[in-house]
Design a binder for this molecule. Structure first.
Ligand SMILES: Cc1ncc(COP(=O)(O)O)c(C=O)c1O
Length: 391
């Protein structure tokens, strides 16, 4: 089967967040605008997923699903084959997506008012999730070293006031696409041990890694600290089935697992059968599709970087992972409002606003380039025109 990521697929009017939400949320008209915000792709998923849905529709029954461990078996196979990680079936809990799994882990491992450490700028939903769970965000700003992010554990240590219970890591990091090295992951796990913190590692982007980087699962990087590690993963970002809202919590340590499992049983007694079917089909049959996708995304990444970096004062962070270009406009000398307005009104592009990612994001915008290449070219050319007076 040929996989054509250049195919034009009109998503407008399909109740999709990315294109149908751009007018109400960003005031960019989908008629001639380009949607480059929320993290899903304008591509069809692997044929295995399409085939699963075709079979389901042809049978026409959508009752409760008895999966007898099939979804977990597909996670286990994926983790072994793609990440060299041996996962035992009892370590797994199915969640309604990664964010719901993180919320559950936060509730199980802390109490209202406790601090949750995040490394900012970071995925904006983390801030909201911590707040909505009645916990307090403790922002540790990432440093830029040679143009990429690094954690600053020394400064973080001096900030601690004893109310912190959890570190919520984004690995790989969104935005900025850092793939943390084994040494960095180990240093963070040691830090958690030293300060008695639970380490929740959101690894939803773990398969979207470019060939010049290598992702390591947190539990593999720091096996001596598994008593405090919770890994959150999902196939939804990898295979573009975000609407399936299905993910997994993977907890190796029996005591930590028992704490989380009690709450999981209380609020998620059964899984979403349509989501787990889609997720299983993706894990089981999506490897070739993913291996075709990654070089395509890499091509878009190069094109987008080369294009925006010709604009004086604009600099994109070199990505090791994700399809989310993180672009700094501080060198233009314009304030954030003017930059946003030019991108919205002149380029007619809907993007994520840097300040929503927390400290350090003030002068940045995030562009999703997981769309057909011709549209990425068009976006670059519109951005160059919108800032043409800087040339
Ligand atoms: C770091 C990160 N975690 C979680 C999510 C969303 O996960 P889910 O839709 O499974 O809740 C995203 C989506 O962009 C993300 O970037």
């Amino acid at each position: 089967m040929t996989i054509d990521f250049d195919e034009i697929i009109d998503r407008r009017g399909t109740e999709c967040t990315k294109w149908d939400g751009m007018k109400p949320l960003y005031d960019v008209d989908p008629q001639d605008g380009i949607s480059m915000w929320v993290a899903d792709m304008d591509f069809r998923p692997p044929q295995s997923v399409q085939g699963m849905f075709a079979d389901l529709v042809s049978h026409g029954i959508y009752g409760y699903c008895y999966d007898a461990g099939a979804f977990h078996a597909s996670v286990i196979d994926w983790m072994r084959e793609r990440h060299g990680w041996t996962v035992e079936p009892e370590w797994l809990m199915t969640t309604a997506g990664v964010i719901s799994g993180i919320g559950l882990a936060i509730q199980a491992c802390s109490k209202p008012g406790d601090g949750v450490i995040i490394f900012t700028p970071v995925y904006h939903v983390f801030h909201r999730l911590i707040r909505d769970n009645g916990r307090k965000s403790v922002e540790s700003e990432l440093r830029q070293v040679d143009g990429r992010y690094e954690m600053d554990l020394e400064t973080l240590e001096s900030q601690l006031d004893g109310s912190e219970r959890i570190v919520l890591l984004c690995s790989p990091h969104n935005p900025g696409g850092r793939v943390w090295s084994v040494d960095e992951l180990r240093a963070l796990a040691d830090f958690c041990k030293a300060h008695d913190l639970i380490l929740i590692s959101d690894e939803i982007h773990h398969d979207l890694v470019y060939s010049h980087a290598r992702h390591t699962i947190m539990s593999k990087a720091a096996p001596e600290h598994i008593d405090r590690i919770i890994v959150c993963a999902a196939p939804t970002k990898t295979f573009n089935i975000a609407g399936a809202l299905t993910g997994e919590l993977i907890i190796e340590d029996p005591d930590l697992r028992a704490r989380v499992k009690a709450l999981h049983a209380a609020i998620t007694p059964s899984a979403n059968g349509i989501g787990t079917r889609a997720a299983r089909a993706a894990y089981a049959g999506g490897a070739e599709w993913l291996d075709t996708l990654l070089p395509y995304l890499d091509g878009n990444r190069r094109l987008f970087d080369a294009g925006v970096n010709t604009i004086p004062g604009v600099r994109s962070m070199p990505l090791e992972s994700t399809y989310l270009s993180w672009v700094d406009f501080s060198g233009t000398g314009m304030d954030a409002k003017e930059v946003s307005e030019r991108v919205r009104a002149d380029a007619r592009i809907a993007v994520n606003q840097g300040p929503t990612f927390g400290k350090g994001g003030e002068t940045w915008l995030r562009f999703n380039f997981a769309t057909r290449r011709a549209l990425v070219e068009e976006a670059v050319s519109r951005l160059q025109s919108a800032f043409a007076d800087l040339q």
